[in-house]
Design a protein around this ligand. Sequence first.
Ligand code: SAM
Length: 292
Amino acid sequence: MKKYEDTNHIIHHGDALEVLQSEIESNSVDLVFVDPPYNIGKKFSKFKDSWSSNAEYVNWAYKWIDECIRVLKPTGTLYLMTSTQAMPYFDIYVRDKLEVLSRIVWSYDSSGVQAKKYYGSKYEPILHCVKNPKSYCFNADDILVEAKTGAKRKLIDYRGDTPKLYNTKKVPGNVWEFSRVRYRMHEYEEHPSQKPEALLNRIIRASSNKGDVVLDPFSGTFTTASVAKNLERKSISIESQDEYIKIGLRRILDMEEHLGEKLEPVKKNTKIKNGRGAKHNDKTEDLFSVNY
Ligand SMILES: C[S@@+](CC[C@H](N)C(=O)[O-])C[C@H]1O[C@@H](n2cnc3c(N)ncnc32)[C@H](O)[C@@H]1O
């Protein structure tokens, strides 16, 4: 276990459960975002995301879920992700300990074929939970989106006593459309499960204030800490893999070198040949479906 830090940001290199148990005080964190391994066989550097049974996976997860709840302040919020298969277990486990306010679907498009004999997976579920439904942070005005129905067509709402124009802005519903991170996006890092900054931007703006502490126990490419930093929040990150820790040291603590190695962003080959993109292990069509 090793710790790196500056005034506002801490990075723990180690196992999430061990670090939570030994390093993070009870009732000290305003917002926890958890995007753990999903038990779907991905390779995260030297770590294989695979447990021998569902029961083993969820029993492992319940331990760090309990820790996340312990470290949350009484007014705190937890966002919890996992695979569609495992989410029912998490949901039933968590609802006895926290109030689940929303069951969010992060929906994304992909031009690649995902399944031919069943309906391919195009979403990931996220639970939005709070410790106290009577006292929690939700900055609705900071995450408003366009209310498409009335805004563009200038429709008039006749339901009240006085007719009025429909609202042009609204709080987003629980289906969120954000593109997955593609090779050519500015934020891309080498990692098999990087979450988009746009997703974390909505979560952190809504559920924390400037100066609040945001914790991510499975940091990967440090998306959470990076967005927290941009939004002037403090961050605590935990990651077990050396390869990804280096991303955090560069992205969050602005370190240029670590153990004699230069820390540099991914060098991308973005030359366009015959209208196609550079070779990469992502699907070629997906490379070009990005909004830059
Ligand atoms: C789904 S990824 C997180 C991706 C991250 N949200 C992002 O945007 O890049 C899960 C991460 O957990 C890390 N991990 C796996 N087991 C761990 C453990 N026991 N403790 C800490 N990190 C772990 C993996 O190396 C991987 O980077």
